[in-house]
Design a protein around this ligand. Structure first.
Ligand SMILES: O=P(O)(O)OC[C@H]1O[C@H](O[C@H]2O[C@H](CO)[C@@H](O)[C@H](O)[C@H]2O)[C@H](O)[C@@H](O)[C@@H]1O
Length: 253
């Protein structure tokens, strides 16, 4: 890890934590359904919540997916890059989208992807991910398809490149925006936001917490506006463990 790593155990009670999932709390896997959150990470998140430190998950995945991954925890969360959000009081809100138009786009995408065996279409209802991790030779085909769809459906969708994926996410969905929304509500409001992420979609989140005077951490290599870096998912796990360890002893007996 580069640079000093806040917050200290003493500052912890003034912070609110926002976590990305894939590539941050969970190792990247060949397929989305193989992902899991390490038990030590789940335990650390549970501990943070138990002592009253607010946490939320900010992901490109759907809320339903996140609840399965974080079981038995059911956390405040934003899914599909901010297109849907569950507040700390359980209230749900989703971007107002033309669902019929999205269904037609889905049909069109299924047909287009069928022309590229090996290209995996993940249908998230409000967004679509074209995965080429298991067929790297299809990267250009995936890019061309995603660019074409984002151009033709620019009213609804925008292109979000990721790790071995091109996503078509709803226009207006932003991790930065949902972090800002959480920060206006209890129990997050009045605290210092901390956001940890690894990918291009997380840069909007870094921008928001930087603007709010918080702490931003980028996991792994690559250009970023985050203030600090953690080298890997394992480094995140270790950092979290070190963060919550004092909670078991002097600070929170
Ligand atoms: O915002 P995140 O929580 O990081 O989610 C981003 C996307 O993650 C998933 O795809 C990525 O992870 C997969 C599992 O490790 C990997 O196989 C894939 O290549 C990655 O792109 C997920 O499938 C997407 O829906 C998320 O948007």
């Amino acid at each position: 890890m580069n640079g000093q790593c806040p917050p200290s155990a003493q500052d912890l009670q003034n912070c609110a934590f926002f976590f990305d999932v894939d590539g941050t709390l969970a190792e990247i896997q060949p397929r989305p359904e193989l992902v899991f959150i390490p038990p030590a990470t789940l335990a650390a998140l549970d501990r943070l919540q138990a002592v009253g430190v607010p946490i939320a998950v900010i992901s490109g995945r759907r809320l339903a997916d996140l609840d399965r991954l974080f079981e038995p925890l059911r956390l405040p969360a934003a899914g599909v890059h901010g297109a849907e959000r569950r507040a700390a009081d359980g209230r749900l809100r989703r971007l107002d989208l033309d669902l019929e138009a999205l269904r037609q786009i889905e049909d069109e995408l299924v047909q287009a992807c069928a022309r590229h065996p090996g290209l995996r279409l993940e249908n998230k209802g409000l967004a679509f991910a074209l995965h080429f991790r298991l067929a790297p030779e299809l990267e250009e085909a995936a890019r061309t398809l995603a660019e074409d769809f984002s151009r033709r459906h620019a009213r609804l969708l925008t292109l979000q490149p990721g790790k071995c994926v091109f996503e078509l996410k709803p226009r207006g969905a932003s991790k930065g925006e949902v972090i800002r929304e959480f920060m206006h509500e209890p129990p997050f409001s009045g605290r210092v936001p901390v956001f940890i992420g690894d990918d291009l979609t997380d840069e909007a989140g870094f921008q928001t917490v930087n603007a709010l005077g918080g702490h931003s951490f980028k996991v792994g290599p690559g250009e970023t506006i985050a203030q600090r870096r953690l080298d890997s998912v394992m480094a995140v796990e270790k950092w979290l463990d070190e963060l919550v360890r004092p909670l078991k002893t002097e600070v929170y007996p």
